[in-house]
Design a protein around this ligand. Structure first.
Ligand code: GRF
Length: 218
């Protein structure tokens, strides 16, 4: 992929912070896991002080699983179809996250809408990456929708998760032009490239917020 295309990331001020001890995170992913891989690579090369405690996926054939295995990261497959109902499915995820003692939950291609109950258990500690400039094009097929609507600019966003889908405070966004010669594949590749840049930065920012909000009043 030609990485010399024009893009804009905002805010420019967000940088990767140091965390000591490392920031403990859980990854929720349903797909290929290229964002997950970026985090693994940054962590392995000591460029980012994160401790990926657990990968949770809801798909037994998700590409992210082999990435976890290869890097010796704990993973758990939790499928809705293996549970009696949605409450049980979410309960298993909640308990797993609690068992792994994490500070921040990162939805990196997690293709399952979670209930407000789930969101409220971890309120202000869950972030999500979405392939559009929110609040435009929420939900699935965001890139297709942007193209269908003849958008001239699109991008990706990282935000804190609220019960309403793809809403919540924005942490960081990246924007890029949609050119005449672009198509779903070229835009998807460019968006992934930008996601790999803004997700670590957003985790850093959210981690800083989460850590500081737990300092207490003493
Ligand atoms: C990303 O485009 C993300 O925005 C969307 O799912 C995709 C996940 O990609 N929610 P990957 O699995 O990290 O490669």
């Amino acid at each position: 992929m030609d990485k010399s295309f024009n893009y804009l990331i905002s805010p420019e001020t967000i940088k990767l912070r140091g965390f000591s001890p490392k920031l403990k995170i859980a990854i929720l992913a349903s797909g290929e896991g290229s964002n997950f891989q970026e985090l693994i690579d940054l962590s392995k090369s000591n460029k980012f002080d994160i401790d990926i405690r657990i990968l949770i996926t809801n798909k037994s054939d998700a590409g992210c699983i082999s990435r976890a295995k290869k890097s010796n990261i704990s993973y758990k497959i939790i499928k809705k179809s293996d549970n009696e109902n949605n409450d049980c499915f979410e309960e298993e995820i909640i308990n797993t996250i609690k068992n792994y003692d994490v500070e921040l939950i990162v939805m990196a291609g997690w293709m399952k809408i979670m209930s407000s109950r789930f969101v409220n258990v971890f309120r202000s500690k869950i972030i999500n990456i979405h392939p559009s400039l929110l609040p435009s094009f929420k939900g699935n097929n965001a890139i297709k929708e942007a193209i269908k609507h003849d958008s001239k600019i699109t991008g990706c966003s990282v935000h804190f998760v609220e019960p309403e889908v793809d809403s919540g405070d924005l942490i960081m966004q990246a924007a890029l032009p949609i050119l005449d010669q672009d198509n779903l594949e070229t835009i998807s590749k460019k968006i992934h490239f930008l996601e790999h840049k803004i997700l670590p930065l957003s985790i850093s920012q959210a981690g800083f917020i989460v850590r500081n909000s737990f300092k207490g009043n003493d």
